[in-house]
Design a protein around this ligand. Structure first.
Ligand code: PSU
Ligand code: MN
Length: 313
């Protein structure tokens, strides 16, 4: 594929993609807007290490000086973790930021676009954005959902953040034809806890089963992404009542402060962290690590398929 001029892929990742070796994309909004310093930088470094330990090559993605950088340097990661003014870029923000040669953290949607442009098919994150509680009035629905419907990247998540309306998020995913696949579970996880009470019709039990599902998804016409829902490990999971109360207080606080648009998600995550005395942050770190691990294993299995496999019938 011809690469646009605004795509800059690290030599290690470029070679891995060309040789069909496993690569896992990692996002930068979680560093710049999802976690405080220094937990954010430590998590970003830990995730890259986790991916390597599980047999794949990490590709942390951000916009740096107007280029989609695939594979951040240590300096880039430090910049994303410490710069307080860094923007948060989703699909709609990309052309402007690229044209002005600005830097920005990319959301799940933004990371999917960068990954797909460079040929990376597997991406690990914490939780996707979704339909916010009260969306019937605010229309606040993350562009992550639309992106999942059209960009062929697999997103390994712990479900959608519990600050959202999970039922409406699942309905939206269904309408958009996005496969939501439980990893080792038939219940949609609720980010900080493994259970939401909403059940899934699809699940896989192993990385190879997940990789096969991806192959077949991408042989179908007009298919987009796949959302893998991988529950937080039980020993890191939070008490459901504690987290629900914290979320309700955080939402009230956001309303009182008139928080809107892109600021909603970071504001709620920070407020929940304060209310739970940091417990939500610990859980968040544990679940992304778990997702990075599973994503790497899926990437290893997926890399065993070669283009000829796609043509066999
Ligand atoms: N999950 C987290 N922390 C985060 C996010 C998700 O645990 O910071 C980010 C992701 O980048 C996701 C974004 O794409 O929040 C969704 O933002 P919005 O609701 O504004 O689309
Ligand atoms: Mn939003």
């Amino acid at each position: 594929m011809a690469h646009p001029l605004f795509l800059s892929v690290s030599p290690e990742i470029k070679e891995a993609i060309e040789k069909n070796r496993p690569v896992v994309a990692l996002e930068s909004t979680i560093i710049s807007h999802g976690m405080p310093y220094p937990e954010n930088i430590n998590t970003a470094i830990m995730l890259e290490k986790t991916v390597r330990e599980n047999g794949a090559i990490p590709a942390t993605i951000a916009l740096i000086d107007g280029k989609f950088k695939i594979g951040l340097s240590a300096d880039d990661i430090e910049f994303m973790a410490t710069n307080k003014k860094i923007k948060k870029a989703s699909r709609a923000d990309l052309p402007g930021i690229i044209s002005r040669k600005e830097s920005a953290a990319v959301t799940v949607a933004g990371t999917m676009i960068g990954a797909n442009l460079s040929g990376i098919k597997i991406f690990a994150t914490g939780g996707i954005g979704g339909v916010h509680r009260g969306a019937e009035k605010t229309f606040d629905i993350s562009a992550d959902l639309e992106e999942l419907s059209k960009t062929q990247v697999a997103v390994v998540s712990a479900g959608a953040k519990a600050i959202l309306d999970l039922q409406l998020t699942l309905e939206y995913l269904e309408t958009k034809g996005i496969p939501v696949v439980g990893y080792g579970t038939n219940e949609f996880p609720a980010f900080y806890t493994p259970k939401s009470g909403y059940f899934l019709s699809e699940s896989v039990a192993s990385p190879s089963e997940a990789a096969l599902l991806l192959q077949n998804q991408w042989l179908l016409p007009h298919s987009g992404g796949v959302l893998f829902a991988n529950p937080i490990p039980l020993d890191s999971s939070l008490d459901p009542k504690l987290i629900e109360n914290a979320i309700n207080s955080a939402i009230r606080k956001a309303e009182e402060n008139g928080i809107k648009g892109k600021k909603v998600t970071p504001f709620l995550l920070e407020a929940v962290k304060e209310i739970t005395s940091g417990k939500s942050l610990e859980a968040n770190i544990a679940l992304v690590q778990n997702n990075a691990q599973i994503a790497s294993k899926i990437a290893v299995e997926f890399s065993k398929f070669r283009p000829p496999d796609l043509c066999k019938n």
